[in-house]
Design a protein around this ligand. Structure first.
Ligand SMILES: Cc1cc2nc3c(=O)[nH]c(=O)nc-3n(C[C@H](O)[C@H](O)[C@H](O)COP(=O)(O)O)c2cc1C
Length: 186
């Protein structure tokens, strides 16, 4: 292999794409790929959010978030809620996403996603460009169609997951045509 050395960046693959609901009684939804499982006992998940995002203040103020895992069929809507801000519009009114009550937190989950993980924020770590919110998992919802014969979650049954693929850029230049996406996600 003939390798080149790049400037420091976070070139990882695969990178999962998730939809985060947050905000308690005034919910919003944001697309994220900076997400990780960061402990097992007790289970914790970290998400990293830029301070300028509308969702950043909602996570800070509500102290909670729900990780909703979309299927490949939800790729377009995942793009859409990742380029439009909840400051500008109510993304639940402009998309076909549906909210349902969570079990342990006030923020609703996305009924359309087969897996939903409710979290309470335990720590917020300032990481310059992003704040890493570490969430303690409170409840995990899984669509029964994803369970295998032993009751384990088999993501293959969701026909895969969405991964950000293609050219890895540290600063992606999204070139989504928002107006076209808006039509597609209604
Ligand atoms: C595939 C994808 C991954 C993204 N990952 C992140 C992320 O990890 N952290 C972040 O702050 N923004 C991320 N974004 C950008 C936000 O989703 C986007 O700025 C969104 O419009 C913010 O919504 P809000 O202002 O309603 O919170 C991502 C967008 C896309 C399309």
């Amino acid at each position: 292999m003939k390798k080149r050395i790049f400037e420091p960046n976070t070139t990882l693959f695969p990178v999962p794409v998730v939809l985060i609901t947050t905000g308690g009684d005034t919910p919003n939804v944001i697309t994220l790929n900076r997400i990780a499982s960061c402990s097992a006992e007790p289970p914790r998940i970290s998400i990293s959010v830029r301070p300028l995002r509308h969702s950043h203040a909602l996570i800070k103020n509500s102290g909670e978030f729900v990780v909703n895992i979309p299927t490949p069929a939800q790729q377009l809507v995942s793009d859409y809620v990742g380029v439009v801000s909840g400051r500008a519009e109510d993304k639940f009114a402009t998309t076909n996403l549906h909210l349902a009550p969570a079990a342990k937190v006030k923020t609703p989950l996305l009924a359309d996603c087969p897996v939903n993980i409710e979290c309470i924020v335990e720590q917020a770590v300032n990481l310059d460009s992003h704040t890493m919110f570490i969430g303690l998992v409170q409840a995990v919802h899984v669509d029964e169609s994803l369970l295998d014969g032993r009751g384990e979650v088999d993501f293959a049954r969701a026909h895969g997951l969405i991964y950000q693929a293609g050219v890895v850029r540290e600063r992606p230049t999204y070139n989504f045509r928002v107006a076209e996406l808006r039509q597609a996600v209604r």
